[in-house]
Design a protein around this ligand. Structure first.
Ligand code: 9MG
Length: 293
């Protein structure tokens, strides 16, 4: 039996200014072609975003955001069998996206972007991603501070999940996300990745987004271009998978799926193969020249 692997969520930005692929997929036909390619490469779901969340990004009005995402989601729903997610902080955009065929609301404000966000999510009956962010995208990287970042993020997510359920969102509809890079320094991001199991322990599926993020550049300064961060993205994604991430939000679908397949094959081989006996472990290694051909 192959061990379960995390689901892979492909990122489709229909924004003129996203940090990684801004402006490339504004045309619905181009967006559909890109989404089809991601599904062919193994994406289990597609996340469509019409407002950039990179630090310093300019906010977008609701009508413009709907104009960007709704036609693309409608076209994707007609061509794809995989679930579609909308990355938005606005209940009006979430409503329009669900009407166009989406079934997941990916909200970087954890349903705190508007006073009625949680009630709208409950009424829509969609899945919701509740993400942690300190501050707001424009200024979040100015001076983020925490005492114990893992405990603070975990407790915040637990409170937001309770608030969503109190508003009528079903427990099974909730996914949590530590919000890597959202109001966090390198050390905060690394602590959250190293201790992701503490967020997983809350009992909800955990979505993780590390793909091409700036903290990778802080570790390898040669990766100043977002597209040069594939190796770091894969390493961080696998670390998240090892700690129980259920969904990985990624730009490089084919490479991520391949990395996960190799990881699963290794895990499967370890699970299926007989464990070494004490005698085998204690047996002396062959001396030089023996058994090496
Ligand atoms: C929109 N967006 C950008 N990065 C993200 C992340 O890490 N998680 C989620 N849920 N959304 C993200």
């Amino acid at each position: 039996m192959t061990p379960a692997r995390p689901l892979v969520m492909g990122v489709l930005n229909v924004t003129p200014d996203s940090f990684s692929d801004g402006g490339r997929f504004l045309d619905p036909d181009v967006a559909v072609a890109q989404a089809l390619a991601m599904v062919a490469a193994g994406a289990d779901l597609i996340d469509v975003g019409g407002e950039s969340t990179r630090p310093g990004a300019a906010p977008v009005g609701e009508a413009e955001e709907i104009d960007r995402v709704a036609p693309v989601i409608r076209a994707l729903a007609a061509h794809l069998a995989v679930p579609l997610s909308v990355d938005t902080t606005k209940p009006g955009v979430a409503r329009a996206a669900m009407a166009a065929g989406a079934s997941v609301w990916n909200d970087i404000t954890a349903l705190s972007g508007a006073s009625d966000s949680a009630e709208v999510a409950a009424a829509l009956g969609c899945k919701v991603v509740l993400m942690h962010m300190q501050g707001e995208p424009r200024t979040m990287q100015d001076d983020p501070r925490y005492g114990d970042v893992v405990a603070e993020v975990r407790d915040y997510l637990a409170v937001r999940a309770e608030a969503a359920m109190a508003a009528g969102v079903a427990r099974e509809a909730i996914w949590l996300d530590p919000g890597i890079g959202f109001g966090k320094r390198l050390a905060h991001n690394l602590a959250l990745l190293a201790h992701l199991d503490q967020i997983v322990a809350l009992g909800f599926p955990v979505l993780l987004g590390v793909s091409r993020k700036s903290f990778l550049k802080a570790i390898d300064p040669s990766a100043s271009d977002a597209a040069d961060r594939l190796g770091g993205s894969l390493a961080a994604a696998l670390a998240g998978a090892d700690r129980g991430a259920a969904i990985l939000r990624v730009h490089d679908v084919r490479e991520t799926v391949q990395a996960l397949k190799v990881r699963a094959a290794i895990t499967g081989a370890r699970l299926l193969g007989p464990p070494p006996t004490v005698q085998e472990i204690n047996a002396p290694s062959p001396s030089k020249g023996e058994g090496q051909g």
